[in-house]
Design a binder for this molecule. Sequence first.
Ligand SMILES: O=C(O)CCC(=O)C(=O)O
Ligand SMILES: [Fe+2]
Length: 218
Amino acid sequence: MTEGLFPRERATVAPGAVHVPGWLPTGRQRELVDACREWGRGPVPYRQTVLPGGGVMSVRSLCLGRQWVPYRYLDSVGVPLPEWLVALGREALVEAYGDEAYEAYGGGGFAPDTALVNFYAPGARMGMHQDREERSGAPVVSLSLGDRCVFRFGNEEGRGRPYRDVELASGDLFVFGGPSRWVHHGVPKVWPGTADPALGLTGRLNITLRETGLRDSP
Ligand SMILES: O=C(O)CCC(=O)C(=O)O
Ligand SMILES: [Fe+2]
């Protein structure tokens, strides 16, 4: 009801964790949605990940660049990570951290070699977890498209409180690095039908760019 009435403001959610609402202009969002669709037509489709305990994740995911499986990276590339997406990731870090903190948080030579693309159909969510298969301490860059969601940003110690809930909407940038790099986070709720119909996306997409720090090139 209140959407659009109050400007959503840029916020440092925790040291090294920055939320920039509406960072991607509409045209750029559309291009990204188109790209996500195109990647899904490629050799590796979006799939629900089966966890070692037998659980099945409700999101459908795809990897660009080095491939992630729970809970490690393989020495293989499914679909290459496009250079334009790497460049967008670098722009995102400059936007989030500015000049000062940029290098301090490992942004100086940000060289992501993988991107996880997650698709949330209605009802999908993601439990609290750490992005911890990377050996690099470089920040994680997250871009959201489509439906709004609750992004829960917690603490390093465990999956529970304290945490902060942040609403992520289409075009939002969220970066977590430095002291926030190993914080547990998750998506407990996506609000169905909240995407701008002009975007042509039913559901929510999230792209995270990461530097694995694994040296042997796949
Ligand atoms: O969908 C999101 O906003 C978060 C995704 C995430 O945490 C992940 O892919 O590891
Ligand atoms: Fe994550």
